[in-house]
Design a protein around this ligand. Structure first.
Ligand code: AMP
Length: 139
């Protein structure tokens, strides 16, 4: 896509620090390192959100995360990592080109607060499950 910043990085029009490139996807370092070793795994195809990917591209991105996480752990001596995937501005997506973040974590690094916990009652859980299942059955 013409003006997409990740498409421009993929096309080599603006710099990116790549660790991997293949036919379907690329992996480069996030310019804002949430933690040292923070990678972005992006599809070559320009779609904005995860559910717009075809199954093969979605599987490929997930597979790359699994394949590259051990190298990130090894190189950074991290104790763990987060896979983060934002869809839509409400979810914190800044670049509307689908990508996964792979972010190294260290014990008690205190980097992220995470999403809020809210204990739900069983009735509410059942009602929510029913609403989602009904929506799925009509798609
Ligand atoms: P998201 O908020 O999930 O859309 O994440 C977009 C990420 O892209 C942010 O973490 C940015 O730091 C990162 N980013 C934006 N521009 C560049 C760039 N030119 N090179 C590398 N990473 C970038």
């Amino acid at each position: 896509m013409e003006n997409c910043i990740f498409c421009k990085i993929i096309r080599g029009e603006i710099p990116g620090t790549f660790v991997h490139e293949d036919k379907q996807a690329v992996i480069f370092l996030d310019i804002n390192q949430a933690a040292k070793g923070h990678l972005l795994i992006a599809s070559r195809v320009h779609v904005e959100q995860w559910h717009e990917l075809d199954e093969d591209n979605a599987s490929h991105l997930a597979r790359l995360a699994a394949q590259w996480a051990p190298a990130v752990l090894d190189a950074t001596k991290a104790d763990g990592y987060n896979l983060l995937q934002n869809n839509g501005p409400a979810a914190g997506q800044e670049v509307p080109h689908v990508h996964l973040h792979l972010i190294p974590r260290w014990t008690r690094d205190g980097y992220f607060g995470g999403v809020p916990d809210r204990m739900a009652q069983p009735d509410e859980l059942r009602e929510t499950a029913m609403a989602i299942s009904e929506a799925k059955s009509t798609q």
